[in-house]
Design a protein around this ligand. Structure first.
Ligand code: AMP
Length: 404
């Protein structure tokens, strides 16, 4: 089955065409700056990628370009849109309605719209992607895969905030988490690498990229996660501050004369690695600066690793132990220095990094020392494949139901 995976952002449209049974990406690309004069379209895999300046007034126009490149480009992977069997959409916020991926119908669309209050930019963008697909491919089944659904298993003691209860009742303010598709994928793959059933394992999963989140997964069930009502909570990130004393918000608004949207901007776009180092949100640049003697860059490195370390401790306590710590995303997969700093000093907890294995490159691999009670594993994340797989399973099931 060929599944078109769509990840629509407020001004972007990312896509992959995946042949599920072959585990193969047969086309991919992204339309960026959708709706602005300098929009462009990147299409192609690795060295075959081409970048084309293109006019796209909205997501509908971007989708038309994407579909055209799938059937008409020089290396077109398919001859007609009939070769697309299903479409999987990444949706950021599924609220309390969705604890798993679902076939998209009018009711699902209505709920995604209703939930836009909790993720305004993301859910509205996803709806634009869904509507564009409905217009261009009206008869192809579509599935919604939610970033939050993996965390619907959290118990109330983990998802509630100690605020007046009425705000939960009135506004559904609670922890929803994010990056759930990534945490689900890497926990499932970790069980395969460890050659043990997921249901027998206590895992701490760490998605460390520009956005960062960690989860405690107890016997296959997510019991806690670091992102909250929004993806701003938890770990220090590329440009997001993560958890800070909430009293800092009114303090800054008062002393810097900031509006709510300006203070939001500070916490989402000007903080984290960028805010502390003053160099970049990109860890590679921060690393180069720190190695060149930039003290603020070194401080940013120290703070980032310390923030991961604290969640490791917290989640060991939450689960009463851990069998494996799983790392993924740009930093988790690639930055040996950050991994060294995260795991330094954790020997008393039975967590020992193997320095040599940590230096090696590769795909899915274990990097803990032979005498480490807790395994440390790297799993490159693959959210698109997970979305394609969910779509495949749900569409197959619905076809079987229809046949019955
Ligand atoms: P992601 O959001 O998963 O794309 O991750 C982006 C982050 O990963 C950025 O901060 C990059 O600097 C970081 N990153 C990617 N490759 C490397 C690398 N080889 N060494 C250090 N950091 C890296």
């Amino acid at each position: 089955m060929n599944v078109l995976v769509i990840n629509a952002g407020s001004s972007s449209l990312k896509y992959q065409l995946v042949h599920v049974e072959n585990h193969a990406v047969i086309a991919k690309g992204i339309c960026e700056r959708v709706g602005s004069a300098n929009a462009f379209h990147k299409h192609g895999i690795d060295e075959n990628e081409v970048v084309i300046d293109a006019q796209m007034a909205d997501h509908d126009a971007a989708m038309a370009l994407v579909l055209d490149s799938l059937i008409n480009s020089d290396d077109a992977p398919i001859k007609s849109l009939d070769e697309i069997d299903a479409i999987g959409h990444r949706i950021v916020q599924g609220g309390k309605y969705f604890d798993k991926s679902v076939l998209i119908d009018d009711d699902v669309i209505e709920k995604i719209d209703e939930l836009a209050e909790l993720a305004p930019l993301h859910n509205k963008a996803a709806l634009m992607g869904i509507r564009a697909c409905q217009k261009h491919m009206p008869n192809i089944p579509m599935v919604a895969v939610f970033d939050t659904s993996f965390f619907q298993t959290l118990p109330p003691k983990a998802y509630m905030y100690p605020l007046p209860y009425e705000y939960y009742e009135k506004y559904a303010i609670r922890k929803y988490g994010a990056h759930g598709t990534s945490h689900r994928y890497i926990s499932e793959r970790a069980a395969v690498v460890l050659d043990e059933p997921l249901e027998d394992l206590k895992l701490i999963t760490c998605h460390l990229g520009n956005g960062c989140s960690m989860s405690a997964i107890d016997h296959g069930v997510a019991v806690d996660t670091s992102m909250g009502l929004t993806p701003l909570d938890g770990l220090m990130m590329g440009t997001r501050c993560g958890a800070i004393d909430p009293a800092i918000v009114p303090f800054l608004m008062e002393h810097e004369n900031l509006t709510t949207s300006e203070v939001n901007d500070v916490m989402n776009k000007k903080s984290g690695l960028l805010g502390i180092s003053g160099v970049s949100n990109d860890l590679r640049s921060v690393r180069d600066a720190s190695e060149g003697g930039n003290e603020r860059a070194q401080l940013a490195y120290d703070m980032y690793s310390n923030s991961v370390k604290k969640y490791i401790g917290a989640y060991i306590a939450v689960m009463g132990g851990v069998d494996a710590i799983v790392l993924t995303a740009g930093v988790g997969e690639n930055c040996e220095k950050m991994r060294r700093m995260i795991f330094a000093g954790l020997q008393p907890l039975g967590i020992i990094l193997d320095e040599e294995k940590n230096r090696q490159r590769g795909f899915e691999r274990e990097i803990s020392a032979d005498n480490s009670a807790v395994k440390i594993i790297i799993i490159p994340t693959n959210e698109e494949y997970m979305i394609a797989l969910d779509t495949f399973r749900i569409v197959e099931e619905s076809e079987i139901d229809r046949d019955i």
